[in-house]
Design a binder for this molecule. Sequence first.
Ligand code: PLP
Length: 428
Amino acid sequence: MTRLRTQIPGPRSQELTARRKGAVSAAVGSTLPVFIDHAEDGLLVDVDGNRLIDLGSGIAVTGVGNPAPRVAEAVHRQIDRFSHTCFMVTPYEGYVEVCERLNDLTPGAHEKRSALFNSGAEAVENAVKVARHATGRQAVVVFDHGYHGRTNLTMALTAKNMPYKHGFGPFAPEVYRVPASYPLRDGLTGEQAAARAVEAIEKQVGADDTACVVIEPIQGEGGFIVPAPGFLPALAAWCRERGVVLVADEIQTGFCRTGSWFASDHEGVVPDLVTTAKGIAGGLPLAGVTGRADLMDAVHVGGLGGTYGGNPVACAAALGAIDTMVDKDLNAAARRIEEFAAPRLRAALGGRGEVRGRGAMLAVEFAERTPAVAGRVAAACHAAGVVVLTCGTSGNVLRLLPPLVIPDDLLAEGVAVLERAITEGVAR
Ligand SMILES: *Cc1c(COP(=O)(O)O)cnc(C)c1O
């Protein structure tokens, strides 16, 4: 491939990897140990001059481009005016404007409020705080294959032991896990899967003790699992009936990734609270909790916040990112990516597993429930200069999260590498 000048990783990356070993905790891993010098839309250029095709967007973050011109411009303008005041000390307009945009874009036309934080995990923790405070109940219900972060509470909410939880207990109490909908494996309709989940909650947790149900509308780290149609609406209806707060964790699925602003939109589900992060600010750390005004305003003054939450530079970046999504119609772009890539991947896989997902959140689950094939395919892509990620509770899922602005020729080139890697990977 002409995009590659050296083997992957190249000599300069290998030098930096050796240096890193003496400075960075070995507990922090990297999927692909190439050190990046700069990026262009859809390309990561490493310190050896290799041009890698980016089908991961830094885990669904740089959907608007890397760097996105409007994000970079907004960041430069803001950093020259002020970098920080702490919104809890003296406020600024950018924070308010991001909250207005979130209130407007998230599902439902009801009265909403938002609060801003630094990371997805922090947003999820705060959504739980709001739900508990507003309901006076304690239990939190989550699902098999769910992922919600790495802090103590969110580790408890996350399903997978290795690498997220192993050796890090004890975990936060009052967290209950029930089965979700996994059409490939459970063969249930959405309604049947919802009835199964509801029965488990009613019998084992008790609706009157349940503060909230926290769910990813399409599960991310757990394997890009799209629930059967009807599952989310039935669950939402039960929550409404029983006064349980429905928290949609849209941290990976939000901001045009699935071809609509939020994945809840596909089935007309209106959650009580929505958590956002990842794609929100074109790469700057920002997260939000948005939802029903009566819930969000129920907490006492000073009950939510943090030193950096809603940092002005991150807020400026978010406004630049959201403007980019609107102007470039990135929802349509995500749907075009699916139309192009999904049939090709399906043909390459040839029934030895499943290709699924929505928009530019696509996955290949291999039939073998071990990481072997997915790992082999990912390694072949990496060696050919295409950045792909894996996921899944069994590690047998290859996931694609290309930048929504990826040029057609780069996407075609990246998918061609993947097709070849899949064909060879499943044949071995
Ligand atoms: C990534 C992710 C989180 C955690 O976000 P961080 O910013 O890494 O803390 C939570 N929920 C979902 C669905 C995610 O994909």
